[in-house]
Ligand binder design. Sequence first.
Ligand SMILES: Nc1nc2c(ncn2[C@@H]2O[C@H](COP(=O)(O)OP(=O)(O)OP(=O)(O)O)[C@@H](O)[C@H]2O)c(=O)[nH]1
Length: 316
Amino acid sequence: MNEQTQNMHSLLQMLQTIEAGLVVLDRNNQVQVWNSFMENHSGIRVSKARGSNLFELFPELPERWLQRKIDFVFGLKSRAYSTWEQRPHLFDFSSVRPLTGNTTLMYQNLTINPLLGPDGEVAQVCMLIYDVTDTAMSKLALRSANQALEHLSQTDKLTGLFNRGHWEECLIQEFQRLKRYSGDASLLLFDIDHFKAVNDNYGHDVGDEVLRQMANLIRANLRETDIAGRFGGEEFAILLPNTQAEAAMQLAERLRQKVREYPMQHTQGNFQVTVSLGVADFDSDQTSHQEWLKHADNALYEAKNAGRDQAILFKK
Ligand SMILES: Nc1nc2c(ncn2[C@@H]2O[C@H](COP(=O)(O)OP(=O)(O)OP(=O)(O)O)[C@@H](O)[C@H]2O)c(=O)[nH]1
């Protein structure tokens, strides 16, 4: 064996054993090279793979998408890429997790490189398939931990509604949007009447349960785009985007009715509670979100003073 042949032989052996899938395709997608990574993970021997059409060997491959990439490499003599974030599992290979022993589908990155023939044109393409399962799994775990943390930091533990901090951030964003682009939105503040008496008569646990039931009633009566939060102890706030004062008052009235009809439960039976509500719509004269809130709070105060169990719209 001369030196050149020996070098070529070593090179081929190296390609056979690299820890990535290596597939060389001709212009008709027929497999020319198939390394041991591909053999081991697909269970398809090189003798069967060589000369076969890639898409017939792997019907699960997204043919149109991959063909476009391959054509791009042939046509433009440049590399093409795809990451696990775009296409998590290109080939349906499984991957054994060393720590847990669990099997999961292998996450893959892909590059497709042009291989030039003697005429300088692309004669074949070389696909490299990388197993990036470890990176992908830890990135996904981190992402979901961050999402859970974000959710926790925005949520009121007792009711599951947004907490005051996050709700107020939503209000600020909506206020700034309305200031810039104009439009309608309304605010609804509501407070359980004589809640202290609920705690005093039935105990703090029953009081907590009333707050939870109240949150459920709110959730059941809102649209997806409405934003509800627990504003304070027994006070709730709802931001109603794209809603004029009249429609906000209808919702306030409906909520008031639903609450007073709802049988709150304690060990000796049921009891009723009522709520007072203050409504204020966005007004371009308002200079800050606090001013908008103040308007709703003034209306709520008026509703309390006028005898409770009612909704009042803020008037300048
Ligand atoms: N069970 C329970 N009670 C709470 C919670 N947060 C605040 N409270 C109670 O809510 C009550 C609020 O009482 P007040 O501010 O006097 O108001 P109110 O009795 O509802 O009277 P009005 O609002 O004037 O109708 C207090 O007794 C607080 O202890 C909570 O998370 N759980």
